[in-house]
Ligand binder design. Structure first.
Ligand code: ADP
Ligand code: MG
Length: 279
């Protein structure tokens, strides 16, 4: 089933000197329900604009965005669309409202007028999903960035979306926090069948996605499996994008004459390939 569909979508902003910035330029895209997509690209390539087009925060100038077949132009259904697409942003400190964790998670469903019993169930479920149930009575303000981001995810989960967009949600986190948030994203994709759009500039976070989409200057320049996308080393280099670290190490070793596969994405694949060569 098609969760997200963009048909020739163009979005322009007015720039300060009365010019026009075409942030998304004639983009067509189809995402099936349950897919895990990594969206990468240089700063200013249009990733956040694309994210805002998905939940109707922005409406395209040309073309159409559909979520489960409903256009974001349909004003009567925009609330439904927003409920269906959760957004986790970059700054863990900007996404909390209440001073007690469980009140914060309850905020979304309360706004939807959901009955008390069901809210309690959802809060417990959402906190369990992000491994934060033991902190339900705590205050979020002193928590680590990774914990705060997981609470932000729980707050979104409590509204029961079928799609979650992570817009550089790991960018401000330490490596441990990044791992925690990424693990939650994969867990929700696998076990709750939530469609995930993970916007990131860490290529290592993209290697376990079903698809990697690369944007540049408002356009999709490539879209495929991680193996296919990260094999296009010259293209990525021309866009000033790095390779996943294990890929880059294998590539350089191969260039220096070592007989090692170039199609390596993860640390464990690199380990295996190196053992084979060294034996
Ligand atoms: P990314 O998330 O990939 O860094 P953005 O979608 O934020 O890219 O930005 C795409 C382009 O649109 C950039 O050139 C950026 O400067 C411009 N842009 C983004 N938001 C605005 C805005 N509110 N007003 C004017 N220009 C904007
Ligand atoms: Mg952005």
């Amino acid at each position: 089933m098609e969760a997200i569909k963009l048909e020739s979508v163009t979005l322009e902003y007015k720039s300060h000197n009365n010019g026009i910035v075409r942030a998304v330029d004639n983009v067509s895209l189809s995402v099936n329900a349950g897919e895990f997509i990594a969206l990468v690209g240089h700063n200013g390539s249009g990733k956040s604009t694309l994210a805002k087009l998905l939940n109707g925060l922005l409406i395209p100038r040309l073309g159409d965005v559909q979520i489960y077949g409903v256009s974001t132009r349909d004003k009567a259904k925009i609330f439904e669309i927003r409920k269906n697409i959760g957004m986790v942003f970059q700054n863990p400190d900007n996404q909390m409202i209440a001073s007690i964790v469980e009140d914060d998670i309850a905020f979304g469903p309360e706004n939807l007028g959901i009955e008390r019993e069901e809210i309690i169930r959802r809060v417990e479920w959402a906190l369990t999903k992000v491994n934060m149930l033991e902190h339900r009575k705590s205050t979020p303000f002193k928590m680590s960035g990774g914990q705060k981001q997981r609470l932000a995810i729980a707050g979104i989960l409590a509204v029961k979306p079928s799609i979650i967009v992570f817009d550089e949600s790991t960018a401000m986190l330490d490596p441990e926090g990044r791992r925690e948030v990424l693990a939650v994203a994969h867990e929700l994709n696998k076990n709750e069948n939530i469609t995930v759009i993970l916007i990131t500039h860490y290529m290592d976070e993209a290697i376990n996605a079903d698809r990697v989409i690369v944007m540049s200057r408002g356009r999709i320049v490539t879209d495929g499996t991680p193996e296919r996308v990260f094999a296009q080393k010259d293209m990525l280099e021309s866009l000033h994008l790095s390779l996943p670290l294990p890929t880059s190490i294998a590539y350089n070793l191969s260039k220096s004459g070592l007989d090692i596969s170039e199609n390596i994405l993860s640390e464990s694949q690199l380990e295996e390939a190196l053992c084979k060569v060294l034996k």
